[in-house]
Design a protein around this ligand. Structure first.
Ligand SMILES: [Fe+2]
Ligand SMILES: [Fe+2]
Ligand SMILES: [Fe+2]
Ligand SMILES: [Fe+2]
Length: 313
């Protein structure tokens, strides 16, 4: 029997998605907290990290499959990505009470953007410069600047929501980074670790904003929904993708399928069954049911990816 920690390490990058990096943005404090055991809440947070990371990664793997002339694999990655975000993440977010009122969501967003621009990315940029990773330093500096802009936009939107006066700022425009298979473009271990933290953070923030956008739509605030959706897009298609390019996350499709299979098997065989057991023992029946359902979905995802890999020449 292989020790758990070793199995985790051998699972590839998707397995690492449940290890919340120290610098990652903490879960947003919801306004209405459903009565859940602390362990269930921790497990929900870890699963949301994993689902958000899987969504963002599979979207890039889909682009790589298209670039290689493999439309059926492209569709498989895109369809699976949509399940990870639209079903798994969304249902976990709902159960954990991630989205609250528009004001609460905006407060959480401004705090997160402030931490990212003033603490996380400014530190990462300085460290990358010291370590001679200039491309990473430039990316971190650019992201820090962007996060400051989003912080200000969310701050203005919060004032509008509170006062009922004024206009919610327009969403930022997106210039997607196109990521192709390639080796990591950084040298220092510290830069590599910081890129991993950035990737997990950006994936999570982007997924959270999609939920905040849904909440704003439900509250009848279309302008705020557009601001959250547009910002979610930049977080994923520029920040996550920019970090993914430097970190060498995307590889040729065969290898991407193997990475995906390892991640899905980890989730279906270890992560979700463990979380389901915790939730059952804690009396959180709804969470136990959700974790079990997701484990079954991940088993099916692993099989579909295996079939796709078997059909590659
Ligand atoms: Fe999932
Ligand atoms: Fe951000
Ligand atoms: Fe970002
Ligand atoms: Fe999955």
């Amino acid at each position: 029997m292989i020790p758990f920690s070793m199995r985790l390490r051998s699972m590839g990058s998707l397995a690492l998605m449940v290890c919340v990096p120290a610098g990652a943005t903490a879960a947003v404090a919801p306004e209405r907290v459903p009565a859940l055991h602390a362990q269930t809440r921790t497990d929900l947070d870890a699963s949301m990290h994993g689902e958000a990371y899987a969504y963002a990664t599979y979207a890039l793997f889909a682009d790589q499959a298209r670039a290689q002339g493999l439309p059926s694999v492209q569709r498989l990655f895109q369809r699976t990505a949509d399940v990870e975000l639209g079903e798994h993440f969304a249902e976990e977010a709902k159960l954990s009470g991630l989205a609250g009122s528009d004001a609460a969501n905006l407060r959480a967003a401004t705090t997160g953007e402030d931490d990212e621009s003033h603490t996380m990315y400014s530190t990462f940029a300085k460290q990358a410069r010291q370590d001679g990773d200039t491309a990473a330093a430039s990316l971190f500096e650019k992201i820090a600047k962007d996060e400051k802009t989003y912080h200000d936009a969310f701050g203005k939107a919060l004032a509008v929501v509170r006062s009922g006066k004024g206009t919610v700022p327009a969403p930022p425009s997106v210039t997607p980074v196109s990521v192709r298979a390639g080796a990591p473009k950084v040298h220092a271990d510290r830069t590599r670790q910081n890129l991993s933290t950035a990737l997990h953070d950006e994936a999570l923030v982007s997924a959270k904003y999609t939920q905040f956008a849904k909440a704003a739509t439900a509250h009848g605030n279309q302008a705020l929904a557009r601001l959250f959706t547009g910002t979610a897009d930049v977080e994923r298609r520029e920040h996550f993708a920019g970090a993914a390019q430097l970190a060498g996350i995307v590889q040729p499709t065969r290898q991407n399928l193997t990475t995906a299979i390892n991640g899905e098997q980890y989730e279906s065989r270890i992560m979700y069954p463990t979380y389901a057991r915790h939730a059952k023992a804690a009396g959180d029946a709804q969470a136990a049911e959700l974790f079990t359902r997701n484990a079954n979905d991940e088993t099916a995802h692993a099989r579909s990816f295996e079939n796709a890999r078997n059909q590659l020449h």
